[in-house]
Ligand binder design. Sequence first.
Ligand SMILES: NC(=O)c1ccc[n+]([C@@H]2O[C@H](COP(=O)([O-])OP(=O)(O)OC[C@H]3O[C@@H](n4cnc5c(N)ncnc54)[C@H](OP(=O)(O)O)[C@@H]3O)[C@@H](O)[C@H]2O)c1
Length: 286
Amino acid sequence: MPHDATILPTLQLNDSRKIPQLGFGVFQIPPAETAEAVATALETGYRHIDTAEMYENEREVGEALRASGLDRGEVFVTSKLSNSYHRPDDARRAFDTTLSELGFDYVDLFLIHWPLPTLYDGDFVSTWKVLEEVRSDGRARSIGVSNFEVAHLERLAAEADVVPAVNQIELHPYFQNRQVKSWGESRGIATQAWSPIAQGQVLDDPAIAGIAERAGRSPAQVVLRWQLQRGNIVFPKSTTPARIRENFELFDFDLGSSDMEAIDVLDRGEDGRNGPHPNRFDIVPS
Ligand SMILES: NC(=O)c1ccc[n+]([C@@H]2O[C@H](COP(=O)([O-])OP(=O)(O)OC[C@H]3O[C@@H](n4cnc5c(N)ncnc54)[C@H](OP(=O)(O)O)[C@@H]3O)[C@@H](O)[C@H]2O)c1
């Protein structure tokens, strides 16, 4: 039974566009499984899909959306520039390829996936100017960044015209990334939390399990609900239909302040980070 998508909360971005606060992520979903997973997500009621050039499954995301019978305008779709294409001419071509892979004439949001400060002479500003171009010609409705640290955001603030609409960063109970989140939000940059359940690693935490038990919810639902109440945009990934549905059942309960604070104190700072540090990450697919 499809859900009523009108229950999905939206946030307003700094460019006045709206984004559903809950979406579906497709990182590490093999292309052959992507269309089915996205179809299940859309049937469940998700109206926001997060993909990337480097995930190599944009084509299947577009196919699933067309097969769903939904209008293009009903689903918010994000993609991200590959680390291979930061040089401006490459970035322009890569963006064209994203649209042709998806089979769309626009994306709702396009991001620089990683800042790569040790590559391309440390120049992500000229890359960002290409995103400004595709925003001004309407082919990306909103533009943003991912894995940008405060120093990277400061540099864009000093040298670019458009403030990113979002910064998509690793953020979960063990790594709450507070400095980057609060710096961005104080300048109107919304926070997208990637790996919102830490790829499952926080689900056995006794504090989270205890809250879940008392709330009659699953640990994943508790963590995702904490993310939403902290104002983060999330797109949990799953290829398991029951989990895809479970991760959508977040809008008929609230966590009280003591439960919220019990999750806040699980932050391990830098020790809780699972992914690479953005200052050093330099993998460029060939
Ligand atoms: N910008 C970036 O650099 C970046 C980096 C990483 C991720 N992301 C984005 O963020 C999205 C989510 O992050 P993620 O994929 O790394 O991790 P995640 O969503 O935190 O966790 C996904 C993992 O948790 C499992 N899972 C999902 N729901 C569950 C549930 N209800 N109960 C128990 N286990 C559950 C999934 O297993 P099954 O699939 O087997 O069910 C999968 O192994 C990505 O898909 C991508 O869109 C962006």
